[in-house]
Design a protein around this ligand. Structure first.
Ligand code: SF4
Length: 692
């Protein structure tokens, strides 16, 4: 027999990078993963994939993986490898000791949108039932928490309205604060296919993203607004729709409430395109034409990203887009809607699973007695009706001395969160930091216990993508460190005196389904049968719901909300004359912990600072020069990329590399409703770095 080195078996699973949620066949030879083959029947990707999902899986077997639990007394001590029993007992004992000394609320946890629904569910359950408080928050706090808030207020459900397939029916596509060809490449390709077929395109973004001009595609309108002025732009578009009688009157009359007050507000002269042009920088004629194009389309669809949410008015903007869509009747059928492009693979799921300090699974407030009773009966313990601490509140309380212990589940907050000086001061102030992760990341530098996690190739469970699609993640290999992540969490809870035990993650999903109305019909058996399911999945929709709000909104009537524009507190000055905005690049992923440990790093070995030729010339900067980037809170050094993608006055960088660390300069300004950081607006100065 000739051995051709071919794979000998395959396992169907889901990409663990972005919120598109592509399905793959992981092909193995023995226990070695040979290649990832995009799955032709994948609900989200239909056989397509990008360079991350296809090639960037080598991190799972990278020698940097930590495979033994480790403990240390102080963060200046060397790590000591221990057995699992000792590590789990240490976490339980020290968490309880902190609670005995400082009170029940002195500890908490942060969940990860990289982990499965089942893992996130058990972390929030551990906090609520074993810690006895609501101090659990998700890393979605720093990306799409305004989506959850804004869509719940207006439509009644904290989720996007459409499935990806729906874009094929859109006549006008409006992309706001998103860069789908880099951030969500497989969906970006789907969108481009529709654009090449003739759909019209409006891009609202300070930067000239690829979609604005690419082979066979040219945006009809690129509204190149000043960072932080989204709300003024959407209100001005609404002004045109209302004052030029472009409103879908029958949709509004039958399906919505609050229209009259909202319409009177947007019709005010101060919301006209001409009045806001000096603020937004968008020519009034261009804005008027874009508004007419969107409102006049048979089907107009909005897709948006972190360029909407990561602002001091992130939640306001989400509601502003919802208002606009309702006014134009663009909800409740294929080709329309308001659709968040979620960053991480399981942002939607981590929010669905109740890892917010104010909400139990299914977005139900902890103060709701009836809801709490359901969980109290199932979990056999009393739950607190008061919301717990959000991530930024945990940091503030750590510095004040009242918050002493944190369990960080798969997130690198010492690289990803804003104003890192403040974050690291908070971590240093805590008496116990527990990190569960694959690598000794930046946050682990402040940890007292390190619990080795499992890569997606070792996980069994589900991820929920940006279109509410629950996909199965199937283990390709056993956990390299010897324990499933859900098992580690349940053993900590048990060691703290609250027994939690499951034999398999399918049992966790069964528990989720038993207490979460939108997941009522979901089970591993049904997922295996259907391939994937878009929630809500219940008696009314036994095979899931691709498009929401068809006959009525989840809240009954869609609610118009007055969305006044309030300028950010982050002001440019003579000392900090430029505005920094941040984003991602195709080959890399967020803090880069995974992609930097794969061949993809060759495509983007460092973060660079993009700036307009005029701003570069003013400062004597040429392409490739090292420059200092400084804000009111910090400074870093990176290489310049002179580019006319940027407008004058605005600079741009990514945050994939800890060495350059863009979040050293981002501030603590945040969304008024959710505390989502204002990553997209930082007043900065840029200068040639001193020699040497
Ligand atoms: Fe993975 Fe997203 Fe790329 Fe699909 S588009 S392969 S989910 S990173």
């Amino acid at each position: 027999v000739v051995d051709l080195g071919m794979p000998t078996r395959s396992v169907l699973t889901t990409c663990a990078y972005c919120g598109v949620g592509c399905s793959f066949k992981a092909e193995l030879r023995g226990d070695e993963l040979v290649r990832m083959v995009p799955y032709k029947d994948g609900g989200a990707n239909e056989g397509h994939a990008c360079v991350k999902g296809r090639f960037a899986f080598g991190y799972a077997t990278h020698p940097d993986r930590v495979l033994k639990p480790m403990v240390r007394e102080k963060i200046t001590d060397p790590w000591r490898e221990v057995e699992w029993d000792e590590a789990i007992a240490t976490v339980a004992r020290r968490m309880r000791a902190l609670q005995d000394t400082y009170g029940t609320g002195a500890v908490g946890a942060i969940t990860s949108s990289r982990c499965t629904n089942e893992e996130v569910y058990v972390v929030q359950k551990m906090v609520r039932a074993a810690f006895g408080n609501n101090n659990v928050d998700t890393c979605a706090r720093v990306c799409h928490s305004p989506t959850g808030y804004g869509l719940k207020q207006t439509f009644g459900e904290s989720a996007g309205t459409q499935d990806f397939r729906s874009v094929a029916e859109a006549d006008v596509i409006m992309v706001i604060g998103a860069n789908p060809t880099d951030g969500h490449p497989v969906f970006g390709s789907r969108m481009k296919r529709r654009l090449r077929e003739g759909a019209r395109l409006i891009v609202v973004d300070p930067r000239r993203i690829d979609l604005v001009r690419s082979p066979h595609i040219e945006a009809d309108h690129h509204l190149q607004l000043r960072p932080s002025t989204n709300v003024a732009v959407v209100n001005a578009m609404a002004h045109v729709v209302v004052t030029e009688a472009l409103v879908d009157r029958s949709f509004v009359a039958e399906r919505c409430e609050g229209y009259e007050e909202w319409a009177a507000f947007v019709a005010r002269p101060e919301n006209s395109p001409e009045a806001v042009e000096p603020v937004t920088g968008v020519p009034a004629d261009e804005l008027r034409a874009a508004a007419r194009l969107y409102a006049g389309a048979p089907n107009g669809a909005i897709y948006y990203g972190l360029g909407v949410t990561e602002h001091s008015q992130g939640s306001t903007m989400v509601m502003g887009m919802a208002n606009l869509a309702m006014a134009c009747g663009n909800i409740g059928r294929d080709g329309v809607g308001v659709n968040p492009l979620r960053g991480q693979n399981n942002v939607q799921g981590s929010c669905d699973m109740g890892s917010f300090p104010h909400e139990l699974p299914g977005y139900r407030h902890v103060s709701d007695d009836a809801v709490r009773t359901v969980f109290e009966d199932l979990w056999g313990t009393a739950l607190l009706p008061e919301p717990g601490l959000r991530i930024p509140n945990m940091f503030d309380a750590a510095i004040d001395g009242s918050f002493r212990g944190l369990f960080v589940h798969g997130e690198d907050i010492a690289q990803s969160d804003p104003n890192l000086k403040h974050v690291t001061a908070a971590l240093e102030a805590m008496e116990l930091v527990v990190v569960q992760d694959l690598f000794l990341n930046e946050t682990a530098k402040f940890a007292h216990v390190f619990l080795p996690g499992a890569s997606f190739l070792e996980k069994d469970g589900t991820f929920t993508n940006a279109e509410r699609r629950i996909n199965r993640v199937r283990a390709v290999m056993a956990p390299k460190a010897g324990k499933h992540e859900w098992q580690i969490v349940t053993e900590i809870a048990t060691a703290m005196g609250y027994p939690m035990a499951y034999d398999h993650p399918s049992q966790i999903m069964d528990e989720i389904a038993s207490v979460t109305p939108t997941f009522e019909g979901v089970s591993f058996a049904l997922l295996d049968k259907l391939g994937s399911i878009q929630w809500p999945c219940n008696a009314e929709a036994p095979e899931g719901t691709p498009v929401m709000h068809i006959d009525e909104f989840v809240r009954g009537k869609g609610k118009f909300v007055v969305t006044s524009y309030v300028p950010t507190n982050e002001r440019s000055t003579r000392r900090f004359p430029l505005v920094l905005t941040t984003g991602r690049i195709l080959s890399q992923y967020n803090v880069g912990a995974q992609t930097r440990r794969t061949g993809n790093v060759a495509w983007h070995p460092e973060d660079v600072l993009e700036l307009h030729p005029h701003d570069a010339e003013d400062r004597g900067i040429t392409d490739g020069d090292l420059v200092t980037l400084a804000s009111r809170v910090g400074r870093t050094t990176l290489r310049a990329l002179v580019s006319d993608r940027m407008p004058t006055g605005v600079v741009y960088t990514t945050f994939h590399h800890p060495v350059t660390g863009a979040n050293v300069v981002t501030t603590e300004n945040s969304d008024w409703a959710t505390n989502c950081p204002e990553y997209k607006v930082t007043a900065v100065q840029v200068a040639l770095a001193p020699p040497g």
